[in-house]
Design a protein around this ligand. Sequence first.
Ligand SMILES: Nc1ncnc2c1ncn2[C@@H]1O[C@H](COP(=O)(O)OP(=O)(O)OP(=O)(O)O)[C@@H](O)[C@H]1O
Ligand SMILES: [Mg+2]
Length: 287
Amino acid sequence: MSARSVADWLDPRLDLAAALANREARPAAGGLSLGIDLGTSDVVSMLVDADARPVAVCLDWADVVRDGIVWDFFGAVKIVREQLEKLSAWVGDALPGRAATSFPPGTDPRISVNVIEAAGLEVADVIDEPSSVAALLRLDRAAVVDIGGGTTGIAVVDRGKVAYSGDEPTGGHHVSLALAGHRRISLDEAESVKRDERNARRREEIWPIVRPVFEKMAAIVEEHLRGPARQYAVDTLYLSGGSCAMPGVLELFARVFDGMRVILPRHPLYLTPLAIAAHGLPHGEGA
Ligand SMILES: Nc1ncnc2c1ncn2[C@@H]1O[C@H](COP(=O)(O)OP(=O)(O)OP(=O)(O)O)[C@@H](O)[C@H]1O
Ligand SMILES: [Mg+2]
């Protein structure tokens, strides 16, 4: 089975996720699947239809997960409960009582499971993050690079399974720190300047300030792919995670990984949440 097209299959779904974030659900018929992604920067609950198209998305920026563990358990449960209330108000009885969730490779899956159960849901499925992306896109052999809030994760998928993974502590938080330090502004202000996609010129201006942080991330990925993961001879790299939305990231990675195919989906912030939600579909739209 060949990989799914990013332009034709994935991007329209990610556009839909971005358009629906924290807005009312769109009308949809039939069985919905719920996925919950607990990240270092945010908690995302996504409902998808049988065709893996987003129906509703709740996103809260939150500081409940650090270093791959839920350090604010009650805060995490509270956010998930509030998101469920919103989803329930939007879709009523169509809200499933079970959810799929995920964990970064090398961490304990029980951590996310405990939060989901404490929020009153049954856990439909739990899968590591890059495997969910590999399943969603039907990847056979590729590297999935997830640059989230706290870390850069590298996973090598071989014959559809994660064969190698690594996680290093440089992520979007460090991008914001570099910007805050340079501009002498607060970390919160740096976060919102960085994420403000409406102001393209200002984001272009900050690229030279934050580029060294992304260069470090690319160097980390390079060390893994050209070092311990060399045997897999990866020739395609998928960029995922909210930090990859920064203009300049694709060009930087394409330059460093010259000769490889480097793919950046639109709205990479929603790729893992979409993959998790799709993984919970009865016939595994993601499988
Ligand atoms: N439009 C944007 N431009 C640049 N950075 C962005 C944008 N949107 C989100 N980010 C950054 O992406 C990061 C969050 O991405 P993501 O949700 O993938 O991480 P996470 O899953 O919470 O973290 P981790 O995977 O490390 O646990 C944050 O650092 C945030 O500032
Ligand atoms: Mg993440």
